[in-house]
Design a protein around this ligand. Structure first.
Ligand code: ATP
Ligand code: MG
Length: 247
């Protein structure tokens, strides 16, 4: 289990995370929602040690990730896959090399195995004939899908997705959502997704957590959240749905 305990983070005088507490269950899809700029991406970066909190802990099976030595953090990171909000591909590497990168870094595998893995991952995200293209030669949605292929290439047990479908057309979005659910089932792992797509969130989340004003203000199943006593939570979900969606 992954547990976030009293996590605090400020940038200068701006207090972004004011004491975040959240337990993330293994084998579940947890979706984190919250308004733009509220600190969702910052929170996700803390989970894999890309940012250090001012206070608080991230516990993975009881081990605190916030003060691990570099080498150990590197080892722990292999258990995570992350899709960044902007895909964060390596600009100078083509698609093939981007997806192959984690394999070359962390696994001793033959070129043939790499080639097969890249091909399979690209197929899963619905892309072909793009291996030799550079990120700058791809559309935003294509970059996102390549980022997803790279995030999953090591079969991580915990996958973090920062807005995996934002900016994609409805059909591709749906396909990516299905892929996330399918990946989740295959690896029996843990998925943490940041999403502004309320409809998709209600469809695929086991648990929804809402970040608001630097803290998690509500956690529950989609149904519990839709009927939450806190109006901020209900309204946030309601606004995200097409009119009469509930009816
Ligand atoms: N490295 C940084 N240095 C300074 N301020 C930062 C840094 N990273 C994030 N921030 C600030 O922290 C706040 C939260 O940013 P964050 O990217 O987590 O928002 P978000 O909830 O992911 O928003 P969105 O839904 O638009 O992606 C913002 O005000 C942002 O300017
Ligand atoms: Mg963000």
């Amino acid at each position: 289990m992954l547990e976030i305990r009293n996590l605090k983070k400020s940038f200068g005088t701006q207090r972004v995370l004011k004491g975040v507490n959240l337990k993330i269950k293994n084998g579940e899809i947890t979706v984190i929602i919250g308004s733009s700029g509220c600190g969702k991406s910052v929170l996700l970066r803390h989970l894999i040690g890309l940012m250090k909190p001012d206070e608080g802990q991230i516990l993975l099976d009881g081990m605190d990730l916030t003060n691990l030595p570099k080498e150990e953090l590197k080892r722990v990171r292999m258990r995570f896959g992350m899709l960044f909000q902007d895909a964060a591909l390596f600009d100078s590497m083509n698609v093939y090399e981007n997806i192959a990168f984690p394999l070359r870094e962390h696994r001793r595998v033959s070129e043939k195995e790499i080639s097969e893995a890249v091909k399979q991952r690209l197929q899963e995200v619905g892309m072909k004939n793009v291996e030799r293209k550079l990120p700058s030669e791809l559309s935003g949605g294509m970059r996102k899908r390549v980022g997803l292929a790279r995030a999953l290439v090591l079969n991580p047990e915990i996958v973090l997705y920062d807005e995996p479908t934002t900016g994609l057309d409805p059909i591709t979005s749906r396909a990516i959502d299905d892929l996330i659910v399918q990946t989740q089932q295959n690896i029996q792992g843990t998925s943490i997704i940041i999403s502004h797509d309320i409809r998709a969130t209600l469809r695929i989340a086991n648990t929804i957590a809402m970040l608001h004003d630097g803290a998690i203000v509500a956690v529950g199943s989609p149904e519990e959240m839709m009927n939450h006593e806190n109006a901020i939570v209900r309204d946030f979900l309601d606004y995200g749905l097409p009119k009469n969606f509930r009816a």
